[in-house]
Design a protein around this ligand. Structure first.
Ligand code: SAM
Length: 322
């Protein structure tokens, strides 16, 4: 792992290679239901578009989770204690953690993200705004093996996993991923996690089909990224954004739908599309509190506390490794 010291924070680069992106897209395109893993949404433009999604009036999760964090920071502190090592997988803009830092006063903050440029600027901004805090930023794929060498063996870090990013995993994979977090923290380690709740379908539909077309642009940017990085020739006018709630599976599904018969080339290989063929780009599972608690329990956590907004949109859970 390459390590760079800067004036303000430590940066560890373990980012995936372009070859991984190419291989995973081509593997996904060989399946009956073509797919691209959602982790590839977040190049620089994708990260910028995600921040814009968070500002859309229809996208309730971000503002709801922010208000829960603000309201319950002291309660969270009562579970975390002083001077913890706070690790945030999928940290994005690092905006949410700012609501906790003054209250929790962690010794170390470690944002982990696959989106390297955004990670560097977000970590630098946190380091500048909280000069007392030791910031270690790790650019990594959190679904691969993550090494956090800078955390002493005797320390049990606290994980912060907001944004309902856990919803991007199928339930069995969510158990496996949370079990990996449990292993990283060790017995007694904490996990503060945000989870989007099941709710009326119209609210969900609007959140992923904002009138400003920002989620559509975010979805289509995947194809633009493939054109930029993989020598692909997707015609962005020949695919459209589709997002709908699948009530049987309990998830929003996002797809890109081909609007015509066409052939797309990626890294020299041709792929045929008929009108209506889709590329599955993301799942976002919604959970009742008890459904999520079952997943957490299977992953080796016990529930310490939970907080939900008055409209019942979103829940925060504080869990501890058994
Ligand atoms: C939905 S955004 C959430 C951002 C932020 N945590 C929030 O709550 O607003 C998901 C974040 O996780 C990162 N991410 C997605 N898949 C990842 C992976 N496999 N490894 C590391 N980071 C990942 C993305 O780059 C993005 O910053």
């Amino acid at each position: 792992m390459a390590k760079t010291a800067t004036a303000d924070y430590r940066f560890y680069n373990h980012s995936p290679e372009v070859d991984d992106f190419c291989r995973e897209v081509i593997d996904g395109f060989r399946q009956n239901q073509r797919c691209i893993p959602p982790k590839y949404f977040y190049d620089e433009e994708g990260a910028r578009l995600f921040e814009a999604i968070c500002q859309q009036p229809e996208y309730y999760p971000t503002r709801t989770e922010l208000s829960l964090l603000e309201k319950h920071a002291e309660d969270i502190r009562s579970h975390v204690g002083d001077g913890c090592y706070l690790v945030e997988p999928g940290s994005g803009s690092c905006e949410k953690v700012r609501l906790l830092l003054d209250t929790l006063r962690p010794e170390v903050y470690a944002p982990l993200d696959i989106s390297c440029e955004q990670l560097k600027s977000a970590a630098a901004a946190v380091a500048a705004d909280y000069p007392w805090l030791d910031v270690h930023a790790v650019c990594t794929d959190i679904t691969s093996e993550v090494s956090l060498d800078f955390i002493p063996d005797e320390t049990t870090p606290v994980m912060f996993y907001p944004g309902s990013s856990i919803g991007n995993f199928d339930p069995d994979d969510a158990v496996e991923f949370l079990a990996c977090l449990a292993q990283l923290t060790g017995s007694g380690g904490g996990l503060l996690i945000g989870v989007d709740r099941k709710k009326d379908h119209e609210t969900l539909h609007k959140a992923y089909n904002d009138a400003g077309g920002v989620t559509a642009a975010f979805n289509l940017n995947l194809l633009q990224r493939a054109n930029r990085e993989l020598d692909a020739d997707f015609n962005l006018d020949a695919f459209e954004h589709f997002a709908a709630y699948n009530s049987v599976a309990g998830r929003i599904e996002m797809h890109l739908i081909s609007t015509r018969k066409q052939t797309v080339h990626i890294d020299g290989q041709g792929f045929e599309f008929n009108t209506g063929d889709s590329i599955h780009t993301e799942n976002s599972y919604k959970y009742t509190d008890s459904e999520f608690q079952e997943i957490a329990q299977q992953a080796g956590f016990t529930l310490c506390d939970t907080w939900t907004d008055s409209d019942g949109l979103f829940s925060l859970f504080f869990l501890r490794v058994k």
